[in-house]
Structure formats: structure tokens, C-alpha cells
Ligand binder design. Structure first.
Ligand SMILES: NC(=O)c1ccc[n+]([C@@H]2O[C@H](COP(=O)([O-])OP(=O)(O)OC[C@H]3O[C@@H](n4cnc5c(N)ncnc54)[C@H](O)[C@@H]3O)[C@@H](O)[C@H]2O)c1
Length: 341
């Protein structure tokens, strides 16, 4: 970037947007222009915390600010399409939170707007910038796990509940993006069941199976109604297994080197205790970086140097295509649904 700063603004500054605001104020390559948020209450809170930050009164004021080169969108899903369209039409590069849109068609329409004007459109698939996920991809890529057999994800907790996205669009987005990234592909078909345990008009628990063209299956469980917060990814290969547990403070990634299932039974209480701990385990030394900082720096580099981001609109559309198939399978009581390609 040759020391040149990029002028960035932020639309939507709630729970997640506040992390973007902190990073924009920290990163030397950013000249931060200001924030637009619909909620006056939120703006009042932010003004206390950040007295030097400028707040736009309308989205139009932000769109009309010619000094802004790029905008981060961290509003809820229901406003992503409209806000991103307006920003791209106003000539701004856009980094939008996940999932990009409700439908793949909308993601593609945004992609066309961006391509036609030579703008960067990137989606915040944060886990594709996560050091543990990158390590897992590297290990799988060099064959440390043998032939990959299946992947399993659990992303469960007690809320937080969203009102404009169900648990599939909110949480499974992450797992679908990680699976597509690790396998370098998009599933052919999905089977899923969903439940409305909390009595609201949207799914808060879903069990999902994805089948990839290679035959690898991926199981995902997402829930807003779980006692214990779980953020777990397992990759099972013919010669090893990798576990990424994101809720433990250290040793988040473990590599189990042999997976021969136990055949012995000792006929006593010891049977019950036989476990994977019989394997040789490695705990890799990973240099953990803040994923959102990595993501934002990648966006800045791509927008400044006119390069295609890793999580571009195509990867966003590929994830949304899978989410749409999951919703259709749930609506059809778990029937296998082909993912549109
Ligand atoms: N990548 C991740 O790991 C991750 C984590 C959390 C949230 N998110 C995503 O970030 C987005 C925001 O989530 P959140 O938890 O911060 O929600 P939130 O409700 O806490 O914040 C959203 C903010 O946007 C504002 N807003 C809503 N509509 C607006 C509009 N039309 N114009 C301007 N401001 C508007 C709201 O007033 C609020 O302050 C969602 O898309 C969510 O999926 C991503």
C-alpha cells in the first residue's frame, strides 16, 4: 500500500460492529471517516465511548461523502442487500458481514454491481481467517490426516437469538463456509431437520448433513437452546483426526494420530473408560491472531490493490446456496435437496 491510508466508514455498530470500530481506530492503514447506525440509543452510547468519532445522521450523508473509499456493513441480514447495493452504486468498496444475503441470486446481483464498477465486495466469513482453521487446512492439505472421511461441527449455545435470521442463517453459515473452504468445493446435496423449540416463528435448532462431490459427508448441529456453549470442529481422516475446540482458552487444536477403533472389551468398568486417549496426540503450537483483524486487513489490501478477496461474492453466493437448500430440506421434513449450482 506504500503507506497510503484507506478511508473507511462503518454502517451498523452493535455487538459485532463495535469490534470493527475498535480495529478501524487501531489499524494504521485506516483513515476512519465515521459511523452510521439507525439506533439513536446506540449512537448515544457510542458517543460516550468514542467522543472523537463522527456519526452520520443518514445513510444518504454517508453515501454522499466522496472521501469514503470503503464501507463495512455490520447490520442484521435483512438490510444487507439494500445497503450493499446503495454503497456499490455510490462507488464504495464493501466488506459485508455474513451471510451476505438471504438468496444466492441477491449475492450474485451484488457481485455483478461490484464487478461492473471494478469494486471489491467481500463477505465476512470470519472463520476463513481463523488461525486454527488455517492450520487445519494446512495439515489436511499435506496429508497429515490421510484421506478425509468426514467433518463434524457443533455450534450451540444459549442464544443470542436473532429476529431477522434463524439459527441456520446465523450460525450454520460459519460451518458451511469452513467446510467449503477446507474441502475446496460446494456440496451436491443436503438433508436437514429444524425445530422451533423456543416457540418463535423461526428455527432455533437444526441438524444438517451435507454431501460433497468427493463423497465426504459433513454433519452440522446448530442451536440457540443448549445449556453449554459449544464451538467444535472435527476432521476425521483415514490416518488421523483433528479437533478444534474454540471455547477452551488454550490447546484449542489437537491432532490424534491413530484412529484404529477399539476392538477389545475387558468386561469391566474399564470398557466404559476406553477412549480416543489411547492415541498419540499432538498439540500444535499455533500463532493465534485475531481473525477479524486478519479479515479486515485482507479487505483493505484487496480494495487498495484491486485484488479479488478470498471470501469474495462468489464464495458468499456458494454458502447462501447451501443455506437455501438447508431451509428447503427442513421445510420438506429432511428430504435430500440438491444444491443449485
Ligand atoms: N463473523 C462473525 O463471527 C459474526 C459475529 C456476530 C455477528 N455477526 C454478523 O454481524 C451482523 C450484525 O450482528 P450484531 O450481533 O452486531 O447485531 P446487533 O443487533 O448487535 O447490531 C446491529 C446494529 O445495526 C444497526 N442497524 C440495523 N439496521 C440498520 C440499518 N438499516 N442501517 C444502519 N444501522 C442499522 C442496529 O441499530 C444495531 O446497532 C450480522 O450480520 C451478524 O450475522 C458476525
Amino acid at each position: 500500500m506504500g503507506g497510503k491510508k484507506i478511508s473507511i466508514a462503518l454502517v451498523g455498530c452493535g455487538y459485532w460492529g463495535k469490534h470493527f470500530l475498535r480495529l478501524c481506530l487501531q489499524l494504521p492503514e485506516v483513515k476512519f471517516r465515521g459511523v452510521f447506525d439507525l439506533s439513536d440509543g446506540r449512537i448515544d452510547e457510542l458517543k460516550q465511548l468514542y467522543p472523537d468519532v463522527y456519526f452520520y445522521t443518514t445513510l444518504k450523508d454517508l453515501l454522499d461523502d466522496d472521501a469514503i473509499e470503503a464501507v463495512i456493513v455490520a447490520t442484521g441480514l435483512s438490510s444487507h442487500f439494500e445497503i450493499c447495493s446503495n454503497l456499490l452504486k455510490a462507488g464504495k468498496h464493501v466488506l459485508c458481514e455474513k451471510p451476505l444475503t438471504f438468496t444466492a441470486k441477491e449475492s450474485e446481483a451484488l457481485g455483478k454491481l461490484a464487478s461492473d464498477s471494478g469494486l471489491t465486495l467481500m463477505v465476512g466469513h470470519t472463520f476463513e481467517y481463523n488461525s486454527a482453521v488455517l492450520h487445519a487446512k494446512q495439515e489436511a492439505g499435506k496429508g497429515a490426516l490421510g484421506e478425509l472421511k468426514y467433518l463434524s461441527f457443533r455450534r450451540c449455545g444459549n442464544g443470542p437469538i436473532r429476529t431477522d435470521a434463524d439459527v441456520v442463517y446465523d450460525l450454520a453459515t460459519h460451518d458451511v463456509s469452513i467446510a467449503n473452504f477446507l474441502l475446496g468445493d460446494v456440496p451436491d446435496s443436503v438433508n436437514a431437520t429444524g425445530y422451533k423449540l423456543l416457540g418463535a416463528n423461526q428455527y432455533d435448532l437444526a441438524n444438517i448433513d451435507l454431501i460433497y462431490p468427493s463423497g465426504i459427508s459433513v454433519n452440522i448441529c446448530v442451536s440457540w437452546m443448549e445449556l453449554v456453549k459449544q464451538r467444535e470442529m472435527k476432521i476425521i481422516g483415514s490416518e488421523g483426526m483433528l479437533l478444534f475446540n474454540d471455547v477452551v482458552p488454550s490447546e484449542k487444536v489437537r491432532l490424534y494420530h491413530t484412529i484404529a477403533p477399539t476392538t477389545q472389551t475387558r468386561g469391566d468398568f474399564g470398557d466404559f473408560q476406553l477412549s480416543v486417549s489411547n492415541n498419540k496426540v499432538t498439540i500444535p503450537n499455533i500463532d493465534y491472531k485475531e481473525p477479524l483483524r486478519e479479515e479486515l486487513q485482507h479487505f483493505i489490501a484487496c480494495a487498495s490493490q484491486h485484488q479479488r478477496p478470498r471470501t469474495d461474492w462468489l464464495s458468499a453466493a456458494n454458502v447462501v446456496r447451501v443455506l437455501e437448500a438447508i431451509e428447503e430440506s427442513i421445510a420438506q421434513q429432511g428430504q435430500s435437496i440438491k444444491v443449485a449450482k
